[in-house]
Design a binder for this molecule. Structure first.
Ligand code: SF4
Ligand code: SF4
Length: 289
């Protein structure tokens, strides 16, 4: 019996944009980045049990028992008042799942699934859970055909990846800027480790996709298309690149004033990457600007 459990923000039983095929996606709570453009800042921190949000709930779905916040999902109206009250970029609306709970859920949707993706927040902050869950899937006769993926910001050091690389089938990694200082201004962390993760996963044949988010005037990816292409081509010119377009709906703070990326922005960048030799580029299907 596995003893590990995870703090989960949300589970999507079906997704076709989080890796190959139809996937069950588990969004884990907690992140080590503080991206200015974060669309879900309430996933950044774990609840500090301060109790501040309890009295603000208009539907009495929160209570404070033994110094812990208890969320009653059956009466919650998803009004987000608690999230807007919280000063810690957290939420009281999380779930605690054991490995057995997740395996049960996977079996419920099994006929429709090609795989499982762990996302976040930043999934790798709960590395022991990932390791145990993927191992359990690989060892179960009825589940071992499912592919196991991680969607990550790439900040995990190589020693961390080594713990899961044998039970993980692939990873999607975000590279948010090329220059270390630009990266740090956007995310609060530098990108050297992210580049190392890309290199390590590519060499281990576990890099499923690299994701670029275009934020006009705030990412420097467009200015560095040649360096990006050269960096990735040294591993494989066919590495799958997914370009995402920033949109300012739903972000907070200064990012609200940032320009959204247009179809033209994205297509120009994709053309440059192609000119510099990258072959497998996926564009957004919808643009909001
Ligand atoms: S969600 Fe935020 S406000 Fe509510 S108890 Fe947790 S830390 Fe405090
Ligand atoms: S979203 Fe938060 S504040 Fe709103 S009903 Fe649910 S628990 Fe209460």
């Amino acid at each position: 019996m596995n003893k590990s459990w995870a703090i989960v923000n949300k589970i999507l039983p079906f997704s076709c944009v989080d890796g190959p095929g139809n996937r069950l996606v588990i969004f884990l709570q907690g992140c080590n980045f503080k991206c200015l453009n974060c669309h879900n800042p309430y996933t950044i921190s774990r609840c500090k049990e301060c109790g501040e949000c309890v009295a603000t709930c208009p539907h009495q779905s929160l209570s404070f028992i033994n110094n812990k916040v208890i969320w009653q999902s059956s009466t919650c109206q998803q009004c987000d008042t608690c999230i807007n009250t919280c000063n810690y970029q957290s939420t009281p609306m999380t779930y605690r799942y054991s490995i057995e709970d997740i395996l049960k859920l996977i079996r419920k949707y099994l006929p429709f699934l090609n795989g499982i993706t762990l996302s976040g927040g930043e999934a790798t902050l709960q590395l022991a859970f990932i390791e145990q869950l993927f191992s359990a899937i690989k060892q179960a006769q009825d589940l071992k055909h499912l592919s196991c993926f991680v969607d990550s910001n790439g900040y995990l050091p190589q020693l961390g990846w080594q713990k899961i690389v044998n039970v993980m089938d692939g990873a999607m990694i975000d590279l948010k800027a090329w220059d270390n200082q630009v990266y740090e201004a956007l995310t609060s962390k530098g990108n050297l480790r992210v580049k190392k993760s890309i290199e390590y996963l590519a060499k281990m044949n576990k890099l499923y996709e690299v994701r670029f988010l275009i934020i006009p005037k705030h990412t420097d990816l467009q200015q560095n298309a040649e360096q990006l292409a050269n960096f990735l081509k040294q591993f494989d010119a066919n590495i799958k690149i997914r370009i995402n377009a920033f949109h300012n709906h739903g972000v907070r703070g200064e990012a609200k004033t940032w320009q959204s990326a247009s179809k033209q922005h994205i297509e120009n960048f994709a053309m440059e990457l192609k000119q510099f030799g990258l072959k497998n580029i996926v564009l957004p299907t919808v643009y909001l600007s």
